[in-house]
Design a protein around this ligand. Structure first.
Ligand code: PEP
Length: 252
């Protein structure tokens, strides 16, 4: 059965105390809910990971980082390795977020390296893809997403793909208040699943969780998540408010 997931991406927000407090209240909310393990995930700043790991005690809320180094260890000042992330108790890492692609010039080959290393260290990867506004206007969005998938993921084996979650995030919808319509989201998610089917076969394609991200909020989550190939969301701004985040998770 394909897993439904709502993952929060806190980005560079909340100090340690605020982050721990938010994680505690999210964890408390889901304590008695009939929730599959890790169908709610919090992707926090690195420094929050060990503290948040100790307060998400119910085993229902999963924990992830927002980035990892492309090398396993060594003289890379300021970097955080996948193994370090894993050692905090986190099980997930976001790779290829559009903010990393654009502000830090993370390109396809590097993202493939990060993905490979994160998997080797035992993390699951939330792999982001998506086009910018001009690319959609020029009707290049399918080609862009295809290139990101092929270069970022398609060196992996079918078995490794079981540890991947894909997040389709049209860049023009991230943090802008603009949301892809449910039909636009479904169209791209169906396309992505089709690419997976051609490369890996039916089983990998059907089992793949494909999240939508981009100004998802309580008011549009139900409609987005009702689409057959939309298996949940990667939530930025709205994940910083417990009420909004849990309302989106409840939208399933
Ligand atoms: C994100 O950063 O992954 C995201 C989807 O942000 P927002 O929900 O704020 O658009």
């Amino acid at each position: 059965m394909r897993k439904k997931i709502v993952a929060g991406n806190w980005k560079m927000n909340l100090n340690l105390e605020e982050g721990i407090s938010l994680a505690m209240s999210v964890d408390k909310y889901f304590k008695d809910k009939p929730l599959q393990k890790s169908s709610v995930i919090l992707c926090t700043p690195f420094i929050h990971l060990p503290g948040v790991a100790t307060v998400i005690k119910n085993g229902k809320v999963g924990l992830g980082a927002q980035n990892c180094a492309s090398e396993p260890s060594g003289a890379f000042t300021g970097e955080i390795s996948a193994a370090m992330i894993k050692s905090t108790g986190a099980e997930y890492v976001i790779v290829g977020h559009s903010e990393r692609r654009s502000y830090y010039h993370e390109y396809d080959k590097l993202l493939n390296k990060k993905t490979t290393i994160a998997l080797a260290e035992g993390l699951s990867v939330i792999f982001c893809c998506g086009e910018v506004r001009e690319e959609r206007e020029e009707k290049k969005h399918f080609d862009v997403v295809k290139r990101q998938m092929e270069a970022g993921l398609f060196s992996l084996t079918g078995k490794e793909m079981n540890k991947i979650i894909i997040a389709y995030e049209p860049v023009w919808a991230i943090g802008t208040g603009l949301t892809a319509t449910p039909d636009q989201a479904q169209e791209m998610h169906g396309y992505i699943r089709g690419l997976l089917k051609i490369k890996y076969g039916n089983s990998v394609a059907e089992e793949m969780t494909i999240l939508y991200g981009g100004s998802c909020k309580p008011s549009n989550a139900v409609e987005l998540f009702s689409k057959p190939d939309v298996d949940g969301g990667l939530i930025g701004g709205a994940s910083l408010k417990k009420e909004d985040f849990v309302a989106i998770a409840e939208a399933f």
